[in-house]
Design a protein around this ligand. Structure first.
Ligand SMILES: *Cc1c(COP(=O)(O)O)cnc(C)c1O
Length: 420
């Protein structure tokens, strides 16, 4: 029993039982973590990373060796020809938008094959909003193939890829849906179908929440372009902001022209002393993802033992770090998030309340006791207050820290007479 937190004996007991159930998954996660750690480490060694790569540049940032080598190391790790890793990307959405605007041209067509994409991408594509300069405003067409029973509909995908399709777009993570995340083999299958049907089609993957969850990345199974956020998996909890794009070098170059300007591309961009933490974040990322995965598996096992629906199940294969819990009613969602927050290293004294968030059609309650604002590789939980009353949990830089937060969440529900 921990001397530092007040946890009911019944929860302690359930926690110990849940841990036992997790052992097989934990072993699997350890093996993946080790593989990915060595993959990253060998890339650092290959490129001879040293103190000199951490030197800050200012102004135009010409000839910043650290920035150039960071791109190379990143490309090696992700099995890509080139990469664009920058603190200047403000978030994942910005990074994905840069990639989309970078490679798509008027008259092109983007085909999303994983149903409707993540909410914040809608304005980028032009599915919603107007007058903001979406892809649609610039004459880029869009179509999507819905999922079938929550899985990829390979036949419909094959049929939808015709001469007019320029890009096949895949979202690896489930985002805030209840569908399973994609496994790397499924992504590979889409790549094969797409390339067989139209060899020059660009396959792009939204890789958010997917990095280092399995031993391969989409670019290692034929995807042409991937993008993600550095305050999720790939920044290892150390990067304070930023994003990355990786893939075919001609495409990455186009993305660089979009991020800066045509002509300048990758040649400019002061790093201001941030190279060190971007290198260190990548170095730490496989381990951080492993801890986040263990946290998700444990939370799934614990809440399943209380009788709640948990997806994925604790023993399921995972393609991302996201865990959802069906907590069945609004009071439980609030109690859960308040319990998580109360155990967080930062802002533990705050008590989250549901509020109207821009872009959501219901109130949302969030727990986020993180060192980096909005970081979701750190333990975070959020729940729209609407049926079917699911909470989404992700991250956990450190399993033991996430574990006590989950126990405190159960404790808070117990104290309010809500725990099943
Ligand atoms: C988080 C996320 C994004 C957008 O990232 P932000 O950093 O929140 O802008 C896009 N797609 C998926 C699947 C995500 O999980």
């Amino acid at each position: 029993m921990t001397p530092f937190f007040n946890i009911d004996e019944r929860i302690e007991k359930a926690s110990n039982e849940a841990l036992k159930k997790c052992s097989k998954q934990f072993e699997k996660i350890e093996r993946i973590t080790e593989y990915n750690q060595l993959k990253v480490q060998s890339a650092f060694i290959e490129y001879g990373i040293s103190e000199s790569h951490f030197a800050p540049s200012t102004g135009y940032g010409y000839g910043d060796r650290g920035r150039e080598v960071l791109d190379k190391v990143w490309a090696r790790v992700f099995g890509a020809e080139d990469a664009l890793v920058r603190h200047n990307f403000t978030c994942g959405t910005h990074t994905l938008a840069t990639a989309l605007f970078g490679v798509l041209r008027p008259g092109d067509k983007m085909l999303c094959v994983t149903g409707t994409p993540y909410d914040t991408i809608h304005n980028v594509i032009g599915i919603s909003g107007s007058g903001m300069g979406s892809l649609k405003d610039f004459g880029v067409e869009y179509a999507e193939v819905p999922l079938k029973d929550e899985r990829l509909d390979y036949e419909a995908i094959e049929n939808a890829i015709d001469d007019t399709v320029t890009m096949v777009y895949i979202q690896r993570s489930r985002g805030y849906e209840l569908r399973p995340s994609l496994l790397i083999d499924e992504i590979e299958k889409v790549v094969k179908i797409a390339k067989a049907k139209k060899p020059d089609v660009i396959v792009m993957v939204d890789n958010c929440y997917g990095e280092f969850v399995q031993t391969k990345e989409p670019t290692e199974v034929g995807a042409d372009l991937i993008a993600g956020s550095l305050i999720k998996n790939a920044g290892g909890g150390i990067a304070q902001t930023g994003g990355y794009i990786a893939g075919r070098s001609d495409l990455v170059e186009k993305c660089a022209y979009r991020l800066t300007t045509p002509g300048l591309g990758k040649e400019v961009g002061a790093t201001l002393g941030l190279n060190r933490e971007l290198f260190m974040g990548l170095f730490h990322a496989p381990h951080a993802v492993g801890e986040a995965l263990k946290s998700a598996v444990y939370i799934s096992a614990l809440f399943n033992s209380f009788g709640y629906d948990t997806t994925p199940a604790y023993d399921a294969e995972r393609g991302d770090i996201v865990q959802s819990l069906g907590l069945e009613n609004p009071d439980s969602l609030v109690a859960f998030c308040q319990g998580v927050q109360s155990g967080s290293p930062i802002d533990s004294f705050l008590s989250p309340e549901p509020w109207d968030m821009p872009g959501y059609d219901s109130k949302v309650v969030m727990a986020a006791g993180a060192f980096t604002l909005g970081s979701t590789i750190e333990l975070s939980a959020d729940a729209p207050i609407r049926e079917p009353y699911y909470a989404w949990i992700q991250g956990g830089l450190n399993f033991h820290s996430a574990k006590i937060c989950a126990m405190l969440a159960a404790q808070k529900m117990l104290e309010r007479g809500l725990l099943k």
